[in-house]
Ligand binder design. Structure first.
Ligand SMILES: Nc1ncnc2c1ncn2[C@@H]1O[C@H](COP(=O)(O)OP(=O)(O)OP(=O)(O)O)[C@@H](O)[C@H]1O
Ligand SMILES: Nc1ccn([C@@H]2O[C@H](COP(=O)(O)O)[C@@H](O)[C@H]2O)c(=O)n1
Length: 206
């Protein structure tokens, strides 16, 4: 079984993807980490985020088993990732890796921005997870503060809005729900209720 989960930044898609993968005993890939890993490597080399030749070379050597969420989860790297994510050639390379992961038995849960539309258009179930920008900013601010990082609600909200705008307006694989995706708005749900709603959607669809 393949479950495709898309949605804007901090909507809770990663949390749901991990929970669903555990529940259905599937593998999980947070595809955002692949864009983050490329962006982080460009930043570390001091190279421009638009250098597609180097970005491609980095992508070709990515090991999906060694993407370190702890190291890659900073706000700065998320912003840089959404800038490299506009590069068409880079996307092709990463999508190739992501498809291979998805198609390896027994199946997988993938989360990102273009899973239902590009990476796994034939997924058994597609979810598009949303929440209001304010709810997402509150959750992300709390998350950063709980990790001891600096976070200001207003600037987190501005950053999320800017990133959503870039991700949904880019010409290559813009973020959007697949036509056959189930929409799940978690603004008024806690993590447990969102998980139950997602399991309900998956069990009705499979
Ligand atoms: N329904 C919910 N209610 C409250 N908090 C939630 C809910 N879902 C997720 N969270 C919290 O919100 C934060 C963002 O969730 P998560 O990392 O899963 O989002 P994401 O969409 O994967 O983000 P990103 O696009 O940045 O990878 C986390 O701290 C998570 O624990
Ligand atoms: N399938 C995907 C996944 C991610 N992106 C881009 O990467 C940025 C970081 O993603 P997070 O999920 O870790 O926040 C995101 O803003 C997108 O620009 C993508 O394009 N496609």
């Amino acid at each position: 079984m393949i479950i495709a989960i898309d949605g804007p930044a901090a909507s809770g898609k990663g949390t749901l993807a991990r929970r669903l993968a555990d529940h259905y005993e599937l593998r999980h890939l947070d595809t955002g980490l692949t864009y983050r890993a490329v962006a982080a490597a460009l930043l570390a080399k001091g190279l421009p985020l638009g250098d597609e030749d180097v970005a491609l070379e980095i992508a070709r050597h990515l090991d999906l088993a060694h993407l370190d969420k702890g190291v890659l989860s900073s706000h700065e790297i998320g912003e840089a990732a959404s800038r490299v994510a506009v590069l068409g050639g880079l996307r092709e390379e990463l999508v190739h890796l992501q498809k291979r992961f998805a198609e390896t038995p027994p199946g997988a849960v993938l989360d990102g921005r273009d899973i239902g539309t590009v990476v796994c258009p034939d997924a058994d179930v597609k979810l598009f997870v949303t929440a209001s920008a304010e709810a997402r900013a509150r959750r992300r601010t709390d998350e950063l503060l709980s990790k001891g990082q600096d976070a200001n609600y207003t600037s987190v909200l501005d950053d999320l809005r800017r990133r959503d705008e870039r991700d949904s307006k880019r010409t290559v694989a813009p973020m959007r729900p697949a036509e056959d995706a189930h929409l799940l708005d978690t603004t008024e749900m806690d993590i447990e209720s969102a998980f139950k709603a997602a399991v309900d959607i998956v069990s009705r669809a499979t």
